[in-house]
Design a binder for this molecule. Sequence first.
Ligand code: ZN
Length: 126
Amino acid sequence: MAISLEQIKKNYAGFDDYKIEYLAKNEINSLDPDVVVILKDEIKKRGLDSNLNKGIEAQTKELTDSDLQELKSKISNLACPECGQKGSPLIGTLIREVKSFVLLTHYKKTQLILCQTCADKKRKKQ
Ligand SMILES: [Zn+2]
């Protein structure tokens, strides 16, 4: 069962500063974009280190199309890190897990780069 954003906001408001800082520094990539907004608001509201929000922005910054094309061409011809095969071009895939705890829903998104075969295998394992 998904927890509403309103509930997440309440949860975050109840966290200690160190927990908020921890989330900002280590968990940004596993948070939903909507939740990142809540976290940033909470940091602002508490007047925590403004570098935290800068750090969040750096971590969530979108790549430009040309950045992306360059990265893609560098990566797609490498061997698959999962099976070591070089036969098929690598793809990027996103595997989403949602874990609900009593107080907190944790969205875990794992970004993987691997070949199509391995990507399919990973999804089936879920
Ligand atoms: Zn593979």
